[in-house]
Structures are given as structure tokens and as C-alpha cells.
Design a protein around this ligand. Sequence first.
Ligand code: BG6
Length: 466
Amino acid sequence: MSTIALDNFPKSFLWGASTSAYQVEGAWNEDGKGPSVIDMAPIVEGTTDFKVTSDHYHRYKEDIKLFAELGLKAYRFSIAWTRIFPDGDGEINMKGIAFYNDLINEIIANDIIPIVTMYHFDLPYALAIKGGWSNRTTVDAFANYSKILFEYFGDRVTYWLTINEQNMMILHGDAIGTAANNDNENPLQDLYQQNHHMLLAQAKAMVLCHEMLPTAKIGPAPNISAIYPASSRPEDILAASNCASIRNWLYLDMAVHGRYNNIAWSYLKARNALPIIAEGDMVLMAKAKPDFIAFNYYNTATVAEATSDDFANSTGDQQIVIGEKGLFKGTSNPNLVVNEFGWEIDPVGFRNTFREIYERYTLPLIVTENGLGAFDKIEADGSINDDYRINYLTQHIEQIKYAIEDGVEVFGYCPWSAIDLVSTHQGCVKRYGFIHVDRDEFDLKTLKRSKKKSFYWYQALIKSNN
Ligand code: BG6
């Protein structure tokens, strides 16, 4: 099995793994939980729904025990907003509080550090039908939700992530069921109004967190990837810069510095899509300071100049670049191989991404997602020999090592995913976990857990850093 000498990783490094509530918990309408946009979204053809998923809600004790055996130092999971507030705001559902209290206690009892994402794509449906993020009242609903999370769980949770992949929700909302309100005369303006509201909600949560929990740490969790120009043509380099600003820096410039990225701003201005900024918004944005940056990384993007109408390049999948006429268009990178789902694999791009983020913001970094979706095969003896996953993770961890050598402060790595779960786009046959869950696309089977080869590999790797 591939091994890496982890000599330059700090001993306190948070070797972790990730999941999200709607992809792993199931129990979508149990114990007072309200529906989210995910529960109400049409199911992607040929895939299953998110109603049972891996049944973690009922099996979390068994799962956490396996995570402890895996040797995880940290477990990144998300709280379903609709378990705490079935309608997004208003009355608290105490059964939801009880579930996460039990889950957090179980994690800590197993010597694992909880890392909590407050919102991972699953906006309460009750808020969505009132306009969702287009409606400014959602900002206060989120702030109130975050206050309740800090109040009930802040005594035990130190690491908080505000919003998972806000940039992907804005750029690929259709794929996630959170698209802009297209009744609006100017859908792009509406989209970036939603974005502004999410940025405000995040700022409020960061300020509240620091006021209520002085020793807690909080940060954003976008999907960030280095953007390459398709060639050395100056026009392609400009295109890459445009794409990086609109895809990456818009989100982090606001989270860290409390200001709009100038290139993203001029893009919106040229399209008459500037968000309405209320009095006090920018003061609040500037006041909110993250303690670290969390980011998800699966691959890089390569773009070229886009002058004509052939600028779009999208399958609706959030890892594919959607072009912008006049600014950039996605192209494939001939230097990279792709996985079974057409996603490019770029371990060196991981190092590039670390360096770019750290050089821009000089904040400690944690990776909250990185991994390989694949069709795992169960052998006759029940084993799953996912060497492809081990190779992918090995190559990426090697690049973390180089990034640390480059002087980047990296304090944790939480690959996707701790256990098999339902993928956002391709159902449950696309697997990411260290732990296999016995179910098929439409047949729930036994839901029994078993350890893949990558489980033993990751266990040994973590041990070697002790
Ligand atoms: C990330 C999301 O963008 O990509 C996860 O935060 C998602 O929720 C992951 O599952 C992988 O995407 P997919 O479509 O393969 O599940």
C-alpha cells in the first residue's frame, strides 16, 4: 500500500473525514424535522432520493465507533437547519437539538473533534417558498439559527464552518436545487442579491460566534480551485483571472476583507446585476473576521478567452466550468486524466490552490472535502479493494506535504467522505467513503457497514503521524 512520510505534518494535525446531513442522515421527516429544498427537489433521473441515504440518523453510534477505529482526529458533519427549525425560523424543535447533542457527545466521547458545518445546501423549504435567499429576512433567520447552534452546542464545538460551497450554490444552483428565482426580470441580479444575503448571513454568524464563544473558531467553506489559462496567450491569462475572481476570490475577499472583489464587481456592473446593499451591510462585512479558511477541492479548472457564443461548457455538474461570454469559457486540460465521472484529477493543482489561497489571505487552512467518487466493486469474499481511491488520496496528501514545505499553514484534512453516502448528483452508486454501506440505488438492502481497503490504509497513515 502507498505510504507517505508525514515528517513535516504537525502532531496536532486534524486528520478527519466529512459528510453532510442530507447525504448521510436519512430520517428526512422524523422527530419534527421540516422539509428542506433538497427534500422537495425533483430527483435527478436514474438516481435515488435523499430520504434514507445511509441511515446515519439511526446508526450514528455504530458509525462514530467505526470513525474512532479509523483513527479520525476530527469529523466534519453538517447540522440540518430543518431539524432545529422545521420552518427555518420560529419555533425550535427540541428533538433536533437532542439529536445533535447526542451526536456531538458521542463524537467527543470517542476522542474525535467535531467540526460543524451550519448549512450544507439544505435550505429550509418554508424559507424557500418565501423567496429563499432573495428575501432579506432569510439573513436574520440564519443569524438566529446560528445563535441557537452556538447557544446549545458552543460549549463543546470549537470549529464552525458557516456555509458549504456558497460559490457552487451561486454558480451551479440548478444542479443543487437552489437556483435563482427566475421570475425576476433580471435573474443574474437576483442571483447576486442572494449571494449578498448569504455573505451577510455568514458575516452575522461570524460576529455572533466571536461574541458568544470567545475561544471558538469559525470560517467559510467554499470550493476553491486554481484556475489555469488554456495557453500562454495573454487573452487566455486574462480569462483565467476573470474566472478566478468570479469563482473564487469574490467569496474569500468578502469573507476575509469584507469587500467586493473589483473584477467580480465590474462583471456584475456591466450586466446591470449589482446587488442592492443596505446601509450598514458593508460595516458588518468588514467587522466579521474568520479565524481560518476551509475549502473543498476536487480539481482545477482550465479556461480560455470567450469572445463568441460558444462560451458555455456545462453539464450542470458543479465541478464543470460554466463560461461567461466575453470573460472566459471552460476547456479541458490535456495534461490531466479524468475519473469515471469525467472530473479531472490534479494533485499538483491542490498544491497550487493551497499556495494561492495562503498567499492572498495568510490564514490557517483546512481542507473540508477532497476525494474520489467511483463505482466500488464488492469481491466474492466481501472485500472492496479501492486502490484507485488510495492512489488519489495518497497523491493529494503528498501535495499537502509540499504545501506545508512551501510555508502554508495547513491544520487539517477531511476527505470526502467518512462513509458512503448519496452523492449530490449521481445517487449512491457513486461512492466516496472509507466505509461501505450495503445498499443499491433503489434497494435499501441491509445498510450494513463494512471497511474498504482505503479504511485500513487511512488508519495506518493517521497512526504514522502520532
Ligand atoms: C461537494 C459537495 O461539492 O461535492 C458535496 O459539498 C458533494 O455535498 C461533493 O457530495 C461531491 O459531489 P457529488 O455530486 O459527486 O456528490
